[in-house]
Design a protein around this ligand. Structure first.
Ligand SMILES: [Zn+2]
Ligand SMILES: [Zn+2]
Length: 143
């Protein structure tokens, strides 16, 4: 599978010690985009049954700080993690069921919106979330 990034190399490239929990967490985030912590713990435990919740939390924090994992948290949702980093992509979020999908950045780089007044701040990011209903919820509104 030529498409699969070498996760061990990614850890080394970020000057992180290669540990089994880190590799397992990074693998889980790659295969389950926008998964929350509980889902990631479940996936990781399928491979490493003995891994603790704390080890998964710590790995997620370390990987996020190193820029290998991006943490997103739409309002009303728990934190979710994805491996698609550094491209300033945005998300569509379903108000009804919480489904999330990626949308390419409208401009291609951050910040993709120009503030009408930057108040003298040096701005480097605009957090864009598109809210609406996913196709399933739009056809079958939850009662
Ligand atoms: Zn939905
Ligand atoms: Zn995403």
């Amino acid at each position: 599978m030529a498409e699969t990034p070498d996760l061990t190399e990614m850890l080394r490239g970020a000057a992180l010690r290669v540990t089994r929990p880190r590799v397992a967490v990074l693998t889980a985030v790659h295969s389950h985009p926008h998964a929350d912590t509980d889902a990631i713990i479940k996936v990781v435990r399928a491979d490493l049954p003995e891994v603790s919740h704390q080890a998964v939390y710590d790995s997620l924090r370390t990987l996020t700080a190193a820029g290998l994992v991006r943490r997103i948290q739409p309002s009303g949702s728990v934190a979710r993690y994805e491996s698609r980093t550094g491209d300033n992509h945005h998300h569509v979020v379903c108000r009804a069921c919480g489904a999330i999908a990626d949308v390419d950045c409208a401009v291609g780089h951050a910040p993709c919106l120009t503030a009408s007044d930057d108040h003298g701040f040096s701005l480097d990011e605009a957090e864009v979330v598109y809210w609406g209903l996913c196709p399933r919820c739009a056809t079958h509104p939850p009662t």
